[in-house]
Design a protein around this ligand. Sequence first.
Ligand code: SF4
Length: 344
Amino acid sequence: MAIDILKKGKQIDKTFVVDLLESADKSLWDDIFSLADFIREQYMGNAVHLRGIIEFSNICKRSCNYCGLQKQNKQQHRYRMMPEEILKCVSSVAELGIKTVVLQSGEDDFYTLDILVDLIKQIKKNYDVAITLSIGEKTKQEYRALHDAGADRYLLRHETASPELYNKLHPDSCFEDRLKCIKYLFETGFQVGIGSMIGLPGQTNSNMADDILFLQKFQPDMIGTGPFIPNGQTQLKGTEAGTIEQTLKITALARIVCRKAHIPATTATGTIDKFGREKALHVGANVIMPNFTPQKYRVHYTIYPNKRCITEDGHKCNTCIRAMIINEGRTIASDYGHALRFQK
Ligand code: SF4
């Protein structure tokens, strides 16, 4: 029985995952969801970690076909926050007792290594928070300098483990470089987050099975998976979005193959389904990221459209998310939520 194989926690292979993804057996999937929830509780506990995200620049030099921030999108209003402004937002995150700040941006060369290193050092000196960076592809030396400055974690989603699909979606970058960067991040000593988009145009069950095997192989510390949502200002306008069903299946399988990873219930999941984040919390997710980007900028960070919670400020977002977590029968973590392999 497939469920018994998953329970044992042994390595699974591609045919096995493809068969699962092609199965419409509702009771099998209900068992898989319950198993993922059980494993989450056993390995990660009941507490949900909050990570305050600050989207500090929507300027990007790249052209990812699915992303509204791509450089060709002339309809996109652009912004860039200065370090003092970013520090003010970090202060709001820390004041609320949130122990991680996530600094995310497009690939914006305005922020030189010196600026980033100084920003990280200032945050570490003044606030009691862990720092996650999500600022794209860099050299190994740059990753090392950012880590040495005090950044704890780095998110670099692999987006899809299919080199062909990856290269098609990323006209000015390639899968090989992405893989190289992910390896550098592990070698540098970061807690590393990877993850894929679910329901991309042209993505097959075989491709999604490759994503699960990719996670199984790398055993990342964090996994960011979310549905693809088409943006009308990109090459993929008018295509179908990923579904909540697919998203929950991939989230559950991610939890089963990476028992010790921190997995967010993503905003994109809450965007395609009103209760998407709640549902994700019950199939393996244990993290939520309230948004602390100032409201005047937040509306312009549109990787995909109709993003959830775009008009609320950080305090309101935080209050609403805390209430939702309690309502789902979970507690709120008060520690940093570091990767388990880094905890003493
Ligand atoms: S996905 Fe990231 S790197 Fe690609 S265009 Fe969007 S912001 Fe830039």
